[in-house]
Ligand binder design. Structure first.
Ligand code: NAD
Ligand code: UDP
Ligand code: UDP
Length: 323
């Protein structure tokens, strides 16, 4: 086994963070999860609470944090448009002040630090698929800007701490990821469609449904994050992590209806402002430098995710009936 490390995961109670904490504890490491529970949930960490190698700290990373660790995965930040737009100033603070604090912590400890960046830094891209050399096309003053520009500034900070303070950094640009522990009220398309299909509510397609995304199963992304952190210091990134297989939102809706056997109809709703038209990662860099690529096809990952939401809905119904 690799050397046992003490690892900080910010945003560890969220969708990706909770899977990452599990993977790191399973790998024999000691894990400190820091979260303010804005979109995260302790339930996501239920399987880890008995472990002597796991600890949760309630803390908002926009405030300084003093503890001792060997590595930092910086995942704290709401990722779903409805949540990051609810308090946009706090979203920008989380990416900017939060990153400064975590970089300051890493600098004091000389710890390696990884930033969970996003495909949103490419914005509504003019090139397709997007590779890491593309600088992006982002609206600086729109409703998505708090997230997109916050994440872009976080990347700037990471690279300036590397240049100015010789810090060991890693930047992953994560594309749309799905899987168990997405919140049912998250507003992201995969959770929306599955919950709507399972409850026979209309499936809400924004716009004409011809916009595309490329969905990566959570286990694949977590594997990529750990591989990136564990590579030598020469591999800094930014590195795209995602699944290049692209689907239209109409195609996704049809697949979810098929896999759930749902009676849901399709309902068209207005397209949100600045909604990117097409998104697909070029993952050549991750393949070449990390030996990483996704292994779970959309259909298989959706089956797992649907099973999770089925249990979730049954448990919620039981709790409602008991109350
Ligand atoms: P999530 O909302 O489930 O998790 C984010 C976590 O961060 C939550 O537990 C939340 O409570 C916590 N948090 C938010 N603000 C905080 C603060 N100021 N201090 C401490 N904790 C805070 O989202 P996720 O999908 O798990 O995303 C995790 C990270 O990955 C985010 O940084 C997101 O931008 C990035 N990312 C996710 C995706 C995706 O498709 N899921 C794609 C690209 C990038
Ligand atoms: N910081 C922190 N934990 C630490 C060290 C620093 O939260 O262990 C915060 C600190 O509040 C500071 C920020 O990180 O505002 C940036 O630290 P840095 O050393 O880069 O800058 P400076 O302290 O010189 O402003
Ligand atoms: N979307 C949709 N119906 C929904 C939720 C989202 O058609 O109920 C669309 C949304 O407009 C976007 C795509 O699905 O084009 C992905 O949206 P999501 O919020 O999941 O991710 P992001 O836009 O951040 O990639």
């Amino acid at each position: 086994m690799a050397r046992k490390k003490r690892i900080l995961v910010t945003g560890g109670a969220g969708f990706l963070g909770s899977h990452l904490c599990e993977k790191l504890v399973d790998g024999g490491h000691e894990v400190l999860c820091v979260d303010n529970f804005y979109t995260g949930d302790k339930e996501n960490l239920a399987g880890l609470l008995g472990s002597p190698r796991f600890e949760i700290i309630r803390h908002d990373i926009t405030f300084p944090l003093y503890l001792e660790v060997d590595e930092i995965f910086n995942l704290a930040c709401p990722a779903s448009p409805i949540h990051y737009q609810y308090d946009p100033v706090q979203t920008t603070k989380t990416s900017v002040h939060g990153s400064i604090n975590m970089l300051g912590l890493a600098k004091r400890l000389r710890a390696k630090i990884l930033q969970a960046s996003t495909s949103e830094v490419y914005g509504d891209a003019e090139i397709h698929p997007q590779d890491e050399t593309y600088w992006g096309r982002v609206n600086p003053i729109g409703p998505r800007s708090c997230y997109d520009e916050g994440k872009r500034c976080a990347e700037t900070l990471f690279f300036d701490y590397r240049r100015q303070h010789n810090l060991s950094i890693k930047v992953a640009r994560i594309f749309n990821t799905y899987g168990p522990r997405l919140r049912p009220d998250d507003g992201r398309v995969v959770s929306n469609f599955i919950v709507q299909a399972l409850t026979n509510q209309p499936i809400t397609i924004y716009g004409d449904g011809q916009q595309t995304r490329s969905f990566c199963y959570v286990d694949d992304v977590i594997d990529g994050l750990v591989k990136l952190m564990d590579t030598n210091d020469e591999v800094v990134g930014p590195v795209n992590l995602g699944n290049p297989s692209e689907v239209t939102m109409m195609g996704l809706a049809e697949l979810v209806i098929e896999l759930t056997g749902s009676r849901s109809a399709i309902e068209f709703k207005p397209l949100p402002l600045d909604d990117p038209r097409q998104r697909q990662p070029n993952i050549k860099l991750a393949r070449d430098r990390l030996g990483w690529g996704p292994s779970v096809p959309l259909r298989d990952g959706l089956v797992e995710t649907i099973a999770y939401f089925e249990n979730f809905i049954i448990a919620a119904d039981r709790a409602g009936a008991a109350a």
